[in-house]
Design a protein. Structure first.
Length: 333
């Protein structure tokens, strides 16, 4: 478990160690290595959070392979989101944070038993929202929610959500439904379709049955998939429609994709590409608090696909890469 204490140089010089997962070199999931790592000590304006749940996402896979630009050198601890309890605070931080249950975003480091972040990166968790549920919402719900705000989704809008069984799509389908949009969700199996209906999504199309919702006319298309079909979904926009691109799980679009925008030029389509990296911590904090309040009320549900111990982070990555995931994969100490 947490914190092995080792003696360095003398019996009076103690360094506290924790378990963490590192990427010692870029490659397949088996490069992920559990090591003893010095436990962080909070600096000025910083806090240390004992991790109870960390999220596993495609961005972690990209980072492990060396395809995520902010982490261009190996040797880092992966993981961008976690939830847990504040264990220590640094100079200048309100001491009342100590003992608070929080969600956090970080540039890396979440695959560890303790994480150091800035005070402004914390969001308090309301009673009734577990660490695992917070992470299951986390980045996916923030991308979906803030993206839908940018696309100005409102009551009565016809909204199509691609990849609705994946993390962002699952959140977008729920949140657009809560906004009273007329939501059509696309997924890839009868089982996933049934689970989406259980979450309150009224209309679900199953691609395995040969239907994909294209050409029906939508005010907003939410797309975490991209890939070769992107242009054909653009063609399904109504006049003044908005195409919200929030990911590329299906790969890079075809080179001629944006001919579809030119073909529909007189309908005034709008393309919105949204990344959470473009949003400041204050905006993220306000949005996250609102999402967690919705979850505490039972309006929004975080869905966990599978949970793994920290020591089996490699298995979590294998699971993410081997088969479609419904919801979020999480790690726990």
């Amino acid at each position: 478990m947490l914190a092995l204490i080792r003696v360095c140089h003398s019996v009076t010089n103690l360094v506290v160690f924790m378990k963490a997962v590192i990427v010692p070199s870029f490659g397949d999931s088996d490069v992920l290595t559990l090591v003893d790592h010095a436990e962080p000590v909070p600096g000025p304006g910083q806090v240390v959070v004992k991790m109870e749940a960390a999220g596993v996402g495609y961005v972690d896979v990209m980072a492990r392979k060396g395809d995520y630009q902010p982490l261009s050198e190996p040797g880092f601890v992966p993981g961008l989101e976690a939830a847990g309890t504040v264990a220590a605070v640094g100079k200048g931080v309100d001491a009342r944070w100590t003992g608070q249950r929080v969600f956090l975003l970080t540039k890396c480091g979440a695959y560890a038993e303790a994480i150091e972040v800035g005070e402004r990166d914390l969001v308090r968790l309301p009673a009734g929202v577990s660490a695992a549920e917070a992470v299951a919402l986390g980045i996916n719900a923030l991308v979906a929610g803030l993206g839908l705000d940018r696309a100005n989704v409102k009551k009565g809008d016809r909204v199509l959500v691609r990849g609705a069984g994946g993390g962002i799509g699952l959140m977008a389908a729920q949140l657009a439904t809560l906004a009273e949009g007329e939501v059509t969700a696309i997924t890839s199996s009868p089982e996933r379709a049934d689970r989406l209906r259980e979450l309150g999504v009224a209309r679900v199309l199953d691609r395995s049955e040969g239907v994909d919702g294209r050409g029906e006319g939508y005010d907003v298309v939410v797309d975490p998939v991209a890939g070769a079909d992107l242009g054909r979904y653009i063609e399904g926009l109504r006049p003044n429609g908005r195409y919200l691109l929030v990911g590329s799980a299906g790969g890079v679009p075809e080179p001629d994709t944006f001919q579809s925008f030119l073909a529909g030029y007189h309908n005034s389509p709008t393309l919105i590409a949204f990344s959470l990296n473009s949003v400041g911590p204050e905006t993220v904090g306000v949005a996250a608090a609102a999402l967690f309040d919705q979850a505490a009320r039972g309006d929004l549900r975080g869905v966990i696909d599978e949970q793994f111990p920290l020591a089996e982070a490699h298995r979590a990555h294998e699971r993410l890469e081997s088969a479609p995931v419904f919801g979020k994969i999480t790690l726990h100490p």
